[in-house]
Design a protein around this ligand. Structure first.
Ligand SMILES: *[C@@H]1O[C@H](CO)[C@@H](O)[C@H](O)[C@H]1NC(C)=O
Length: 332
């Protein structure tokens, strides 16, 4: 009897064990699946986070002949955002072919001694390979957006990288854009494309419309790259200062907008060719992320139409070319 009941008990226990075993197998599978999901998410997070934290070069530098070792100058527009300025300068100072940094200063007060000291120190400390990046301030009396395109007398390089203080690109992206510019030095080469198009309806009497990032994304077509992050030849500073119609310069000063569209018009009018959009990682460190993505396009539409009137024609040309560093592509 004892035997029988123990046998019965055993069978019950065995059954239970089997059920338990099945459910543990099931939950093990689910756990494995969950684990994979979590692992993949973490992997994705860490790869983007590490590239964010390091923003550094993962690609080896291209070999450059020592003859053409002339680099580029950064011309940075800034306005009362000293933390962003410090962060940007600190970052770009380590870029290999950077020769000098010019900070366009349009504030009523000159830069403080503490700021000057910090920036000079950072530039000196970050410069690599025995190279010394020069740091200069261009102090302006008048507060105008045209200041960023003023002729700079002591500019040693032909190439200018025009950049706002609130966006950061990894050195690898900047250097790649510089390579692209060197293959087309009359052209504007930049990271932030925009487009215009002809409006058949002309609702508010405007023949042209300005299209933000979503228009470019949707159509794959652009006609401008913004000077918030673009390479161009220093000769365009001279052209902008001396040849840009004063009505356009006054308009940009008064409305605190559209100096970048004006520059796009100027270069397109001079070359008869479209700019080049370069793929690059962008990190917005300011709080202006939204305005750079969309919105505020009515004012910009207004600018495009005014400038067309002044130029007497629409100089902008369309393109859908995008320059990509082929070392970073896995499939082609
Ligand atoms: C636009 O190009 C034309 C023809 O090359 C030139 O005569 C004119 O001065 C240019 N306009 C501006 C504003 O640079």
């Amino acid at each position: 009897m004892m035997r029988g009941s123990s046998c019965w008990l055993n069978r019950r226990a065995e059954q239970r064990f089997r059920l338990l075993a099945i459910s543990t197998v099931k939950s093990a599978k689910i756990k494995l699946l969950l684990f994979c999901c979590v692992a993949l998410t973490l992997l994705a997070f860490f790869t983007s986070a590490s590239s964010f934290i390091l923003w550094n070069n993962h690609t080896p530098p291209l070999p450059h002949s020592s003859d053409s070792r002339k680099g580029y100058s950064i011309v940075m527009n800034t306005w009362k955002r000293y933390d962003l300025l410090k962060q940007s300068i600190k970052h770009y100072s380590s870029c290999p072919r950077l020769e000098s940094v010019h900070i366009v200063w349009s504030e009523p007060d000159p830069p403080s001694d503490a700021l000057l000291k910090f920036l000079h120190h950072v530039v000196k400390y970050k410069s690599k390979d025995g190279r010394q990046v020069k740091l200069r301030f261009d102090i302006n009396k008048e507060d105008s957006l045209n200041n960023r395109f003023k002729e700079i007398k002591d500019l040693e390089t032909d190439a200018v990288f025009s950049i706002d203080d609130d966006v950061i690109f990894p050195c690898s992206s900047v250097e790649f854009a510089f390579d692209v510019w060197q293959s087309a030095p009359d052209t504007m080469v930049g990271f932030v494309p925009r487009v215009h198009w002809e409006d058949p309806l002309k609702e508010d009497g405007n023949k042209f419309r300005y299209g933000g990032w979503w228009s470019v994304w949707w159509t794959g077509t652009y006609s401008m790259v913004l000077s918030k992050a673009a390479f161009f030849h220093k000769k365009y500073f001279i052209l902008y200062t001396n040849e840009m119609p004063s009505s356009i310069k006054e308009y940009t000063t008064k409305n605190r907008n559209c100096e970048d569209i004006a520059m796009s018009f100027l270069v397109a009018n001079a070359t008869g060719a479209p700019p080049i959009w370069v793929k690059g990682k962008i990190f917005e460190i300011g709080s202006t992320g939204i305005s750079s993505l969309g919105g505020h396009s009515d004012k910009r539409t207004e600018c495009v139409n005014r400038f067309v009137d002044v130029f007497g024609r629409m100089p902008l040309e369309y393109t859908s070319v995008k320059a990509v560093d082929s070392r970073n592509i896995w499939f082609w």
